[in-house]
Design a protein around this ligand. Structure first.
Ligand SMILES: NC(=O)c1ccc[n+]([C@@H]2O[C@H](COP(=O)([O-])OP(=O)(O)OC[C@H]3O[C@@H](n4cnc5c(N)ncnc54)[C@H](O)[C@@H]3O)[C@@H](O)[C@H]2O)c1
Length: 320
């Protein structure tokens, strides 16, 4: 079998149907695929079918259920080999244990069609030692979702030392084609992108509480009512670009670097060279791709904040 086009996968395999695998199953089914699943745990099939039934109305509400998609296009295979034998794409969601993932990848690689991409949901492992167990390591990728993947759009895609560039590109296109938002890591790294960012914030939140600066409720309220609201709209780079006013990120550095120079606190801002600042500014320009009018960017941010705040008001009123 040759590798199918990334936009015409009709038959996917899910290996491991716990928290993440059940959610991916629901999503792949909603996108119109046939799903063949394998999980050795007793009761896995009933739990997965119940999960899919619960997730379906949310997927419908989001317009993510394709015409003709069926919950019962899910088959549980009696063996791993059976589950992956015909698969055009495989998402592995087994236990987070390097030795177990290595053995699982070796078995999948030996049993599935030679061109099929094998993606791992692993959160904290990297692919290089896992793909070392495979005869065809070039098609093994990391594709880390956020829980629950049937609702959260992000998939962080990376490869190990022996992953082929073409396999990474195929996976990026595949996830985009099924309505997820893949992001690309140029090299594999512990925690990918988003968990590294989450843990940086979480570590500081813990320190603030343990140092007696504020209590847990106030730290959560600070995130929820401050930066967390804006993060629903824009990431840290666009955020500080707009904080710099008309002058963008360059002006932001001019204003705040001087102010922070005397700060010896351990959260002191990183000192950057002119080249590094330029690299970051260039990245923002590339991201904005000409849509860089300050007045429009801030007006758009504010329009979106108003909508988020309306949603928040409904939550606070107990409606959601
Ligand atoms: N839970 C999260 O928030 C989250 C988020 C993103 C990624 N991940 C990653 O997804 C993967 C799965 O995590 P989870 O939270 O769903 O764990 P989980 O424990 O809920 O599910 C793991 C499943 O794998 C099954 N399993 C065990 N041996 C197997 C085998 N040989 N073949 C097939 N299945 C087997 C288990 O029976 C279980 O149902 C991990 O690599 C984890 O790092 C988890």
């Amino acid at each position: 079998m040759t590798r199918p086009a990334w936009d015409s996968v009709s038959n996917a395999a899910i290996v491991g149907t716990g928290t993440i695998g059940a959610s991916w199953s629901a999503y792949f089914l909603a996108r119109g695929m046939t799903v063949t699943a394998f999980d050795p745990m007793a009761g896995a099939e009933a739990r997965t079918r119940a999960f899919v039934a619960r997730a379906w109305p949310d997927l419908e509400a989001l317009g993510l259920v394709r015409t003709g998609a069926r919950q019962d296009a899910l088959r549980f295979a009696p063996t791993l080999e059976d589950a992956v034998a015909e698969a055009e794409f495989i998402q592995e969601n087994g236990p987070e244990d390097q030795a177990k993932k290595g053995a699982l990848f070796a078995a999948i690689d030996a049993a599935c069609p030679p061109e099929t991409i094998i993606a791992s949901s692993t959160s904290a492992l990297v692919m290089t030692p896992i793909q070392a167990h495979c005869a065809r390591p070039g098609r093994c990728v990391n594709a880390h979702p956020f829980n629950p993947p049937h609702l959260m759009p992000l998939v962080e895609v990376s490869g190990g030392d022996r992953t082929e560039e073409e396999a990474i590109a195929w996976a990026m296109d595949f996830y985009a084609a099924i309505g997820r938002t893949p992001v690309r890591l140029n090299r594999e790294v512990y925690g990918h992108i988003a968990n590294r960012l989450q843990y940086a914030l979480y570590n500081e939140a813990v320190r603030i509480v343990l140092d007696g600066i504020a209590n847990v409720a106030d730290v959560d309220a600070a995130v929820r009512n401050g930066p967390g609201l804006r993060w629903g709209i824009q990431g840290p780079f666009l955020n500080y670009h707009l904080a710099g006013g008309e002058g963008g990120l360059k002006r932001f550095y001019e204003i705040f670097e001087g102010r922070d120079r005397g700060n010896t606190d351990r959260i002191a801002r990183q000192t950057l060279t002119e080249e590094q600042k330029q690299l970051l500014s260039d990245g923002i320009a590339e991201m904005l791709d000409g849509d860089d009018e300050f007045a429009e960017l801030t007006a758009r941010r504010d329009r979106r904040l108003v909508e988020l705040l309306r949603l928040r008001a409904r939550m606070d009123a107990g409606e959601l």
